[in-house]
Design a binder for this molecule. Structure first.
Ligand code: BDR
Ligand code: CA
Length: 306
């Protein structure tokens, strides 16, 4: 059983990651969900996280993470995920509430369970970096870190050089990649291999409905429309890669690398740069996704939702 903390900024694809983790609860135990700023401000991402936790019938408590990046000004991705950060679904009144501070919770959980907890980060890396800097026992006690962020062999999606989660807080990402902890990185190299299609949406419509089905369909309608307008393609399942990996690592192929983040240049600010592959480094960089395996796990996870 993989015991995880999931740190997210929902976010259309974050929502799918939360849904998959819930559906795969025979393999993944979500110990805590932290909402961080990212796609939108923390008030919006926290509201979305609480709504999703209720809709998905999560037992796991929901915490609040960082309000802003370590150094840079905050940037958002409202043009993709909407003004409220999760355009599309309409949720009933929420009875879930924020259980407190995500940073102190993550520190306690990880340090008190050495070698047990995987930190999954699918938004800006700020919370992870703050925990790493706050107490050296945190990095030593983590089982591993699994992130969505960066790109090594291709251009970015928010600037020609940078992917959104790393660009949102490059200094934090640099701390994480250089923490010495084993990092599994799902950057655009691999996440862009998993684009949604009309066929996949139609297949979900044909499945027996769960309480998540209308949320998924309404969210994807907006996500698809925004990506067609701004990215000129169907949206990718970026964040769900992290969860799919934990349930079935054989869906992906990796190269072991060291990764640095450009925090200095104007043009390449937030670019992830991988050292030449020599079999060394603390980062397993995802380079290939086996699509059929991924989508069959996706359907399986959704079919098991309450
Ligand atoms: C990442 O940016 C966000 O908009 C998505 O939720 C994902 O985490 C993709 O670059
Ligand atoms: Ca995200």
């Amino acid at each position: 059983m993989e015991r995880i903390i999931i740190d997210c900024d929902p976010g259309h694809d974050d929502a799918v990651a939360l849904a998959m983790a819930r559906g795969l609860s025979d393999k993944i135990k979500v110990e805590a969900i932290i909402a961080t700023y990212g796609n939108q401000s923390i008030d919006k991402t926290l509201t979305n996280t609480l709504n999703l936790a209720q809709a998905l019938k999560y037992d796991a408590p929901v915490y609040t993470g960082s309000l802003r990046p370590l150094i840079r000004e905050r940037v958002a991705a409202g043009y993709i995920h909407g003004e409220n950060g999760l355009a599309g679904p309409v949720f009933p009144p929420c009875t879930r509430y924020c259980n407190g501070n995500g940073i102190t919770t993550a520190l306690d959980l990880v340090i008190n369970n050495p070698g047990e907890i995987t930190f999954v980060s699918v938004g800006p890396f700020t919370d992870l970096a703050v925990c790493i800097k706050a107490d050296p026992r945190f990095a030593k006690s983590l089982k591993r870190i699994v992130v969505m962020g960066g790109a090594i062999n291709r251009s970015g999606n928010v600037t020609p050089s940078a992917e959104f989660n790393v660009y949102a807080d490059p200094e934090a990402a640099q701390i994480v990649f250089n923490s010495g902890v084993d990092v599994v990185m799902f950057g655009l190299d691999v996440t862009l291999q998993l684009t949604l299609s009309d066929e996949i949406i139609e297949n979900v419509k044909k499945m027996p409905a769960t309480s998540y089905t209308p949320i998924f369909l309404a969210a994807m309608e907006c996500y698809v429309a925004a990506c067609k307008e701004y990215v000129h393609d169907y949206p990718s399942m970026h964040d769900p890669c992290t969860i799919a990996y934990l349930a079935d690592p054989s869906i992906f192929e990796f190269e072991r690398r060291s990764v640095q983040v450009d925090c200095k240049s104007e043009l390449n600010y937030g670019r992830t740069v991988a050292a030449f592959p020599n079999g060394e480094g603390n980062v397993l960089v995802g380079v290939k996704a086996y699509k059929e395996k991924f989508w069959s796990l996706f359907y399986e996870a959704l079919s098991r939702l309450p």
